[in-house]
Design a protein around this ligand. Structure first.
Ligand code: SAH
Length: 495
């Protein structure tokens, strides 16, 4: 049997970018991952699908699993020969009870490893533009827990801390914020000392308050600041506005639910994330390719039009199944609805003869009419349903239109409809790249009112579907994902 092992991994304060490479490697090799509340969804999505996941941050009654039980779980799983990754927010040894979790394995001779993480004590402040030390302002920093057990008073050496002249950093201090600031002032600290609190540091939802020691509690209450937050006291807090970069990104504070086909890479979402948006990835449709030979008359002459990347892929798979390749297309002309489809054709060795100026069916139809004569054959290669306008326009102008259905689109139900509804109520927007996505989304939320919700749409047909579902559609000028991103940026820039 494989020998089990426990790897204590620091997940960092937020997204996957602040997970170490060794941490990622450990996750990818995990058989079991045990994680808690502070680990972000983005990091959890890196857990291999075959790995067992154990959430010890909450159980059905929403009480966390007791520490002693967590310790046992780690050892039990390792004894079964599993590689157990214990994922913790920030650094596992900074108020993470990482040490306690190693006692049992150390005692029992179970191999373990510790992968340090980026601690929120430093990173949450960096993301708020606060350097923990700065020449002439602070030459030390001191990380202290503000957590208190039950009703007992805080056992913090306020005098000693007030005397350091360094930056004071408090974790787990939201609940005791008033007591902390009063304690420091009672110990002789100037009430005007700059102070700050950073909630959800290094996350798209980050919020911060920059204030003074005397005012911090009141200012934090004003915005209902909540845990997790890092509290900092010291001159360096004055640098926050000058060095802030995270909250200044153009889409910071915006939540966008982005629909996607399950067969498309979620990579496109990274663009919006990089601009500061909190992006929720929603696989809304799935494509099911058809098989079978490509009818030979379609290869004899006329035009073949492709309306999507997935169509191109399915077409060439079928062609190759017939023992043919790009050379079989020597007698036909090829049109692609847009850039992305044309690029995919290139990968199969085919350069499109026609790509319309605007990437939609209407413009494709216009461009095709310019290049063909009545009775010419145009074969539409695409989804089983759709392109009706294209077909109708060509037929009305006397072209002979055939179809090769390459795939069908199947709606995918939302994985967490309650969460989606919750974020819509909190002001999130949506983005769709096809009408079928809009319909799938709406079908997952029967009875939902999308009245005030802005839907960014890649083109006119998508927008029509969004309007029908009750959204307020905003249509991209150029029918590409880049065009959609540009529209979103412009929309929020202007508002
Ligand atoms: N091991 C963690 C700390 C665990 S204690 C680390 O190294 O970061 C939990 C406390 O950490 C929270 O109460 C809060 O003070 C802080 N914290 C963790 N993640 C945070 C985040 N993203 N933003 C702000 N504070 C965070």
């Amino acid at each position: 049997m494989k020998k089990g092992k426990i790897i204590l991994v620091g997940a960092g304060p937020g997204g996957k970018g602040l997970l170490t490479l060794r941490g990622l490697e450990a996750l990818e090799g995990a058989d079991t991952v045990v994680y808690d509340r502070l680990v972000s969804e983005e990091i959890l999505s890196l857990i291999p699908s075959a790995a067992e996941r154990i959430d010890v941050g909450k159980t059905s009654g929403s009480h966390p699993v007791p520490q002693s039980r967590i310790n046992e779980i780690l050892v039990e799983k390792a004894r079964e020969g599993r590689t157990v990754v214990r994922l913790k927010g920030g650094d596992p040894f900074v108020f993470g009870r990482g040490g306690e979790e190693l006692d049992l394995p150390a005692q029992e001779g179970i191999p373990f490893e510790v992968v340090p993480g980026v601690t929120s004590a430093v990173a949450a402040l960096s993301y708020a533009g606060i350097p923990v030390t700065n020449r002439g302002m602070a030459s030390s920093f001191h990380v202290v827990t503000g957590h208190q057990k039950g009703d007992s008073p805080l056992s913090i050496p306020f005098e000693a801390l007030a005397g350091t002249g360094g930056t004071l950093v408090f974790l787990m201090g939201v609940g005791s914020l008033g007591e902390l600031t009063r304690g420091l002032m009672a110990a002789g600290m100037d009430p005007e000392t700059p102070a700050a609190a950073v909630e959800n540091g290094a996350r798209p939802s980050q919020r911060k308050v920059v204030s003074t020691l005397a005012q911090l509690k009141e200012d934090a209450d004003k915005i209902a600041l909540h845990s997790p937050a890092v509290i900092a006291v010291g001159k360096v807090c004055t640098l926050s506005n000058r060095y802030d970069w995270w909250e200044k990104r153009p889409l910071h504070g915006r939540t966008i639910l982005v629909g996607r086909s399950a067969s498309a890479s979620p990579k496109v979402l990274d663009q919006l994330t990089a601009l500061g948006a909190e992006v929720v990835d929603l696989p809304l449709i799935r494509t099911e390719p058809f098989s079978g030979p490509i009818p030979s008359e379609a290869l004899e002459g006329g035009w073949l039009t492709f309306s999507s990347k997935v169509g191109v892929q399915s077409f060439f798979t079928r062609l190759m199944d017939m023992g043919l390749d790009a050379r079989a297309l020597g007698k036909v002309k090829i049109a692609a609805v847009g850039e992305a489809t044309a690029l995919r054709l290139r990968e199969y060795g085919v350069i499109a003869d026609l790509v319309p100026q605007q990437f939609d069916g209407v413009h494709l139809a216009g461009a095709l009419l310019d290049r063909t004569e009545p009775f010419d054959l145009v074969t539409l290669c695409g989804a089983a349903v759709g392109s009706e306008e294209l077909e109708a326009t060509l037929t009305a102008a006397g072209r002979t239109v055939r179809r090769i259905p390459l795939y069908r689109t199947v709606p995918l139900p939302l994985r967490e409809p309650e969460l989606v509804e919750k974020s819509l109520r909190a002001g999130a927007c949506v983005a769709f790249t096809s009408g079928s996505m809009v319909r799938s989304f709406a079908a997952s939320l029967p009875g939902a009112d999308f009245g005030g919700v802005t839907a960014f749409c890649i083109g006119a047909k998508t927008a029509a579907a969004a309007e029908e579902a009750g959204f307020i559609p905003v249509v991209a000028d150029q029918g590409t994902f880049d065009g959609l991103v540009e529209k979103i940026l412009g929309f929020f820039g202007e508002s």
